[in-house]
Ligand binder design. Structure first.
Ligand code: NAD
Length: 462
């Protein structure tokens, strides 16, 4: 479906026109009802969601349930359960100069939101921000990814079934549709995708000074300490890296392993890959496909270039180009100047980098762009040290990926990995303007207004 610029401008104008009425009518009950409708639609269309994700990139039904359906259902239940508290105006105490007033902070819907979603979790990352937008009382136009057409069409269908087009609408299309939407003066833009496009989004937002939430990516490192439980670490690292065939923003992107644990970790990871995907992982239905030929060539190219420059594939890497399936690969002897060490891999490839000195590892991490996630396996002391001496969007200790699933934790990046936060109350806040309302009860400030007589001068000295 192609929409002209005029169509999009008209859609946006309809959303804008509905804002004043919605400020009153889209109260807590209406928001709860909208969220309940969305929840029911997700429950009713589970088979369609599974089929769409299978068509788009061969995801296993269990993985679809775990990573696309359950997170949305959880987001909706969490928002419904806590909405009253999130919306409640927060009273604040007067400061000394403000005695004689009462003050509160009211969460006001920002207005009309634009949600731009990526392809890697195309259902969850389009509808998750919508849950927050609706909870906050905003209307939304969603631009899902053009690279997952079956899921994007399904989202459009579900949204049209659930909502009036001036409350939630879906615009399908690629860069062109995205660019046209970004030219409209939205009140808030919630973008999930690459840091490169994040910059384009922020520059576009600057034209109308729209607020932005940017959920971006980057290389998320893992540190495995000398005291780590290797069997447990391998379980979490292999799962986090290879779920969705490594096409996960918070996936462990490379592992710094203490030299004393290198051989044990390599063995344990190989064992986990075999346990999860069998003897021939490239044919396993549990392993998702690489989303398209371009990305397949990019990921296999990263391996080939690394090998040419001296790296070793110690396991996996078998590629079925026609099916776009790539057996989980473990790399060793990579160097810091290889592309595989510098670019976000976004595929089922895991470099293992032995270290002796933690200081060197932390220096390397701190010299690069701020990671979206950072994981540490080992003692409390090691984790505390790493947390204190680095920055990242989030930290996972003795686990991977899970911080993104925790409904009570804000999820977001820092610096090039993002700006602002999503999920739960943080997501509600992203789509809200926290508006102070200050009421005068008996504020004696008028005593200090001009003319500045001797009495005023005396008082102002206080
Ligand atoms: P992408 O930035 O290429 O595309 C994201 C969206 O932006 C798509 O809807 C696309 O149509 C649109 N877009 C692409 N180019 C554009 C342009 N020039 N102008 C305007 N819009 C444009 O990202 P992707 O390839 O879909 O996703 C992968 C990236 O997303 C990775 O970097 C990953 O780490 C990141 N990501 C981050 C999170 C998070 O929550 N932080 C989640 C998933 C993915």
């Amino acid at each position: 479906m192609t929409q002209t610029h005029q169509d999009l401008a008209a859609l946006f104008a309809a959303h804008k026109a509905a804002v004043p009425a919605r400020r009153v009518s889209f109260d807590r009950h209406a928001r709860l009802a909208a969220l309940a409708k969305l929840r029911q639609a997700v429950l009713d269309r589970q088979d369609d969601i599974i089929a769409a994700l299978a068509a788009d990139f061969g995801k296993h039904p269990v993985e679809v349930r775990l990573t696309e359906i359950l997170p949305i259902l959880q987001d909706i239940s969490h928002a419904r359960r806590h909405l009253r508290r999130w919306m409640r105006p927060r009273r604040v105490l007067p400061t000394l100069m403000m005695i004689g007033t009462s003050a509160r902070i009211e969460a006001q819907p920002r207005g009309v939101a634009l949600i731009i979603a990526p392809w890697n979790f195309p259902f969850q990352l389009a509808l998750g921000p919508l849950v927050s937008a609706l909870a906050a009382g905003c209307s939304a136009i969603i631009k899902p990814s053009e690279m997952t057409p079956a899921t994007s069409a399904l989202i459009a269908d579900m949204v049209a079934d659930c909502f009036a087009p001036d409350l939630v609408a879906v615009v399908q299309g690629g860069v062109e549709a995205s660019t046209q939407l970004l030219a409209l003066p939205f009140d808030h833009i919630f973008f999930t995708g690459s840091p490169a496009v994040g910059k384009i989004v922020m520059a576009a937002a600057a034209k109308s000074l729209a607020s932005v939430t940017l959920e971006l990516g980057g290389k998320s490192p893992v540190i495995v300490g000398p005291d780590a439980n290797i069997a447990k670490a391998a379980k979490w690292i292999a799962w986090g890296r290879f779920i969705n065939a490594g096409q996960t923003c918070v996936a462990p992107d490379h592992v710094f392993v203490h030299a004393s644990q290198r051989a044990a970790l390599t063995d344990a990871l190989q064992g986990r890959i075999a346990a999860m995907y069998g003897a021939d992982p490239a044919t396993s239905p549990a392993l998702a496909r690489i989303v398209d030929d371009r990305n397949f060539a990019r990921v296999t190219g990263l391996i080939a270039d690394a090998v040419k420059a001296g790296a070793k594939v110690v396991a996996g890497g078998q590629a079925d180009m026609g099916a776009r399936r790539l057996a989980p690969a473990l790399l060793e002897q990579t160097a810091a100047d290889m592309d595989v060490s510098r670019e976000e891999i976004f595929g089922p490839v895991l470099p293992l980098i032995p270290y002796d000195d933690l200081d060197v590892v932390l220096e390397r991490i701190n010299a690069g762009p701020h990671p979206l996630a950072l994981y540490v396996f080992g003692s409390k002391g090691l984790a505390g040290d790493v947390v204190a001496r680095t920055t990242s969007g989030s930290v996972g200790v003795n686990l991977t990926v899970m911080p993104v699933i925790h409904g009570n934790l804000p999820f977001g990046g820092v610096g090039t990995s993002g700006m602002g936060a999503a999920h739960g109350q943080a997501g509600f806040a992203a789509f809200s303007h926290m508006r102070p309302v200050l009421r005068n009860r008996f504020l004696p400030m008028t005593l200090l207004f001009p003319p500045y007589t001797g009495r005023v001068k005396k008082l102002a000295k206080l």
